[in-house]
Design a binder for this molecule. Structure first.
Ligand SMILES: [Zn+2]
Length: 278
C-alpha cells in the first residue's frame, strides 16, 4: 500500500487497530486466508495457536455500525449466495432475540442453586427463569431497556455496557449462576470477562457457556462457509482445547455438557466452575 493510500484509509476511518492474541498476549500471528476476507483478517497466534479476528472495529463502531442486528442480515445474504445448503438460522441470534427455549430453562434449574443468576448478553432479559433472581448485561441500548424493566420487577437488575467492563461492577461471590450464551465469541477481552466470571461466582456456583465450535467437523469441511464465521462480530474462534485453556487461566475448570457429540456440533456447550484455589 502506498503512503497516500494508507493515509486515505486512516482518514476515512476504515483502518482499524490490530490486536494481540486475546489468549496469551502474543504479537506474532499467521494469516488464515481461507477464513479471511479482504477486509477482515482471521489469524492464528504463532505462540499458542488461538484463532481470532486480528483487526476488529473499535468498540464504539462495533456497537453502532456493526451491531449484530445489522451484520446478521449481511452475513445471511453472504452465506446464501456462497453456498445455500450451508445456510442455517443462527441459534445465537435467535437466542438474543428472545426465542423461547424451555429446555434451556430446565437446564438452568438443574445446574444452578437458587439465588442470583447473571445472564451476560441478556437481550430482552427473559432467559433466566424463576425461582432465580435475574441479573443481566446488555450492550444494545434498546434491548437493555426491556431487560432492565423486566428484571427489576423480579428483584434483579440489568446493566448497559460492554460485558468485560460491566461485570466488574458486581461484588465477589455474588451469583449462584452465570449464563454466557453466544457472547464470549464477540468479546474483545474474553480472558478479562472469564476472570470476572470466576470472581463473581459463589464458590460452588456454576457458569453455562455456549459459543461456536471452531474445532467442529463442519468448520473443517465447510471452510470459510462454516456458519460460525460472522465478520466482524465474532472476534474469537474457540476449540474445546483453547476454551479449556483460557478458562483455566481465568481460574475456571471446564466440563463439556455433551463430550461425545461435541466434534459434530457447531457449538461448544460447557460448564465452568471456580477452581478451588481461587
Ligand atoms: Zn496466543
Amino acid at each position: 500500500m502506498t503512503a497516500a493510500a494508507a493515509h486515505a484509509d486512516v482518514s476515512a476511518g476504515v483502518a482499524p487497530a490490530t490486536r494481540a492474541c486475546p489468549a496469551c498476549g502474543g504479537q506474532e500471528s499467521r494469516a488464515l486466508p481461507r477464513y479471511s476476507t479482504p477486509r477482515w483478517q482471521i489469524v492464528e497466534c504463532a505462540n499458542c495457536r488461538f484463532v481470532f479476528l486480528r483487526n476488529p472495529p473499535v468498540y464504539e463502531r462495533m456497537v453502532e455500525e456493526f451491531a449484530w442486528e445489522k451484520t446478521r442480515v449481511v452475513e445471511r445474504q453472504r452465506r446464501k449466495e456462497a453456498r445455500p445448503t450451508l445456510m442455517q438460522i443462527d441459534r445465537g441470534t435467535r437466542w438474543r432475540l428472545g426465542a423461547f427455549k424451555p429446555q434451556r430453562r430446565d437446564l438452568y434449574r438443574s445446574l444452578f442453586k437458587p439465588g442470583r443468576v447473571l445472564d451476560v448478553g441478556c437481550g430482552k432479559g427473559r432467559h433466566v427463569p424463576p425461582p432465580f433472581v435475574p441479573y443481566g448485561i446488555e450492550i444494545s441500548k434498546a434491548l437493555y431497556e426491556k431487560a432492565a424493566a423486566h428484571m427489576a420487577k423480579r428483584g434483579g437488575q440489568a446493566i448497559h455496557g460492554p460485558a468485560s467492563e460491566a461485570i466488574a461492577t458486581f461484588p465477589d461471590r455474588y451469583f449462584s449462576g452465570v449464563v454466557l450464551s453466544s457472547v464470549v465469541e464477540h468479546e474483545l477481552r474474553p480472558l478479562q470477562l472469564l476472570s470476572h466470571v470466576a470472581r463473581v461466582l459463589e464458590k460452588d456456583g456454576k457458569a453455562y457457556i455456549r459459543l461456536p465450535n471452531f474445532g467442529s467437523f463442519n468448520r473443517v469441511l465447510g471452510g470459510g462457509h462454516w456458519c460460525g464465521f460472522r465478520h466482524p462480530d465474532h472476534v474469537n474462534y474457540f476449540t474445546t482445547n483453547s476454551l479449556r485453556s483460557m478458562a483455566a487461566d481465568a481460574g475456571l475448570a471446564m466440563k463439556l455438557l455433551h463430550p461425545i457429540r461435541t466434534p459434530f456440533d457447531d457449538n461448544i456447550n460447557a460448564i465452568l466452575t471456580p477452581m478451588a484455589k481461587h
